[in-house]
Design a protein around this ligand. Structure first.
Ligand code: UDX
Ligand code: UDX
Length: 455
């Protein structure tokens, strides 16, 4: 039996460890967190995050070989393998503020591991970190006079929210980076054996530490770059009567390009893309590569533009003023099937509309409470309506920002009748039936397609 510990019971640590526990009943898996509230939720019927299929996996393993606890020190002492998935947000102060990763929780955790260890351990970086962080970790951990050796591995997470369980159950690949020493390679093999309980061996890639750390940043940068690229072209489509979906389909059928991640939108969100790209940019600057840094930074710049331009389009179309007009924001989550609102485009859109003195009403099936917290003081200026029909009632416009499939299935005839006229729909995700909406009487403004106006 191996004692596996994970420090950090967030979006990454919780689901990842639950799936490991499910497939490795012979190992004991403990997930710890400094937040008592979060641990209490993991131990209840009301899990702290919404993720399809998660509840079933947790219920199968919890109490058998999966435990959630706030006892960090004791569990460190007992562990053989320690995953660290504490948050590594963008630094808000000092050198690299706004770009570099804030590693204070990581380093604090490393010191806590050292303090409470009496036996050798494998420490696995699960959090996304700048390249060569493992070296700093090795130095901190192995600078002890207890004679204990620590092996540091990098095992980045590639799961996407909303499909986290599916992504863990059937990963495209698992990436494990380690030192090329005998001890480093033994540590890599121990982790390979754990994943091999359910992942085919040819899908478990092993590399050196730095390739693994860098690959995580690069994977997210490439994915985000595709979205910024298609979004850039969506603006050109709106000017030229080309249709972004036809263009995406036409280019995506080229096998070298491929069809995924070519959906034009109001802009990408989520806790990872922007943070990881800025991290990459900072690394390039740090290593004296300003042209490389500028190249990647443009992906984030384009995304900021996309969110801002969506609001500019709303204001311009609605006769250059939305002051006092009720606008129903359909969606708060950064994408469908999650309650997560970190870096959501909805927040930028909502704030911009408030600046224009619009009355914003927001509806979302899972994310309203998180969104309220993100808005802070501005929350008092926004109405939260769980029912989309209620949100749209009396509104001048609907701005759809999250691709929840249920938004496509609403009775838009009923919604149209309850709205102020002329009624507008800005479909920031292109999930609605634009021709039908136009025939009902709406003025319809998709992303990357010609507007359909009655005037
Ligand atoms: C986080 C990072 O955002 C991401 O970059 C990284 O790849 C994995 O970790 P996520 O799981 O989504 O992703 O973060 P979050 O949901 O904030 O979870 C982190 C948890 O760590 C929180 O529950 C926090 O309470 C906990 N934590 C943080 C500790 O237990 N100890 C600490 O010292 C700091
Ligand atoms: C991402 C990566 O996909 C995952 O591998 C990594 O581990 C963490 O970061 P996540 O942020 O959960 O996962 O969601 P993802 O599905 O990648 O979507 C990110 C954002 O891009 C969302 O706002 C989504 O709506 C948007 N998006 C995605 C588009 O606008 N168009 C697309 O074609 C795809």
């Amino acid at each position: 039996m191996t004692n596996i510990l994970c420090i950090g019971a967030g979006y990454v640590g919780g689901p990842t460890m639950s799936v490991i526990a499910k497939h490795c009943p012979q190992h004991r898996v403990v997930v710890v967190d400094i937040s008592e509230e979060k641990i209490a939720a993991w131990n209840s019927d009301n899990l702290p995050i919404y993720e399809p299929g998660l509840k079933e996996v947790v219920e199968e393993a919890r109490g058998r070989n999966l435990f959630f606890s706030t006892e960090v020190d004791k569990n460190i002492a007992e562990a053989d393998i320690i995953f660290v998935s504490v948050n590594t947000p963008t630094k808000t102060f000092g050198r690299g503020a706004g770009k570099a990763a804030d590693l204070q929780y990581w380093e604090k955790t490393a010191r806590q591991i050292l303090k409470n260890s009496t036996s050798p351990k494998v420490v696995v970086e699960k959090s996304t970190l700048p390249v060569r962080t493992a070296q700093a970790m090795e130095r901190i951990l192995n600078s002890n006079d207890k004679g204990i050796h620590f092996d540091v591995l990098s095992n980045p997470e590639f799961l996407a929210e909303g499909t986290a369980i599916q992504d863990m159950e059937k990963p495209d690949r698992v990436l494990i980076g380690g030192r090329e020493t005998a001890s480093g390679q033994r540590a890599v093999q121990r982790l390979v054996e754990i994943y091999a309980h359910w992942v085919p061996r040819e899908r478990i890639i092993t590399t050196n530490l730095w390739s693994s750390e860098l690959s995580k940043l690069v994977a997210n940068a490439f994915l985000a770059q595709r979205i910024s690229s298609i979004n850039a072209i969506s603006n050109l489509c709106e000017k030229t009567e080309a249709d972004i979906e036809e263009v995406a389909h036409a280019i995506g059928t080229d096998q070298r390009i491929g069809p995924h991640f070519l959906k034009a939108s109001v802009g990408f969100g989520g806790s990872c893309f922007q943070k990881d790209i800025l991290n990459l940019v900072y690394l390039c600057e740090y290593y004296g590569l300003p042209e490389v840094a500028a190249y990647w930074e443009q992906v984030v710049t384009m995304n900021e533009y996309q969110k801002e331009n969506f609001v500019s389009k709303i204001v311009a179309t609605m006769f250059n003023t939305v002051a006092g007009k009720r606008i129903a924001l359909f969606g708060a989550a950064f994408k469908a099937h999650t309650g997560d609102t970190r870096e959501t485009a909805a927040l930028a859109v909502c704030r911009s509309l408030l600046e224009e003195h619009a009355q914003v009403v927001v509806t979302d099936p899972y994310a309203l409470e998180n969104f309220r917290a993100d808005l802070g003081e501005d929350a008092s200026r926004v109405v939260f309506a769980p029912d989309p029909y209620e949100a749209a009632e009396g509104a001048h416009a609907i701005a759809l920002v999250t691709e929840w499939p249920q938004f496509a299935e609403l009775d838009y005839q009923r919604i149209f009748e309850s709205m102020e006229k002329p009624a507008f729909i800005f479909d920031g995700r292109n999930i609605l039936k634009h021709r039908e909406l136009f025939e009902i009487g709406f003025n319809v403004l998709p992303i990357g397609k010609p507007p359909m106006l009655h005037f």
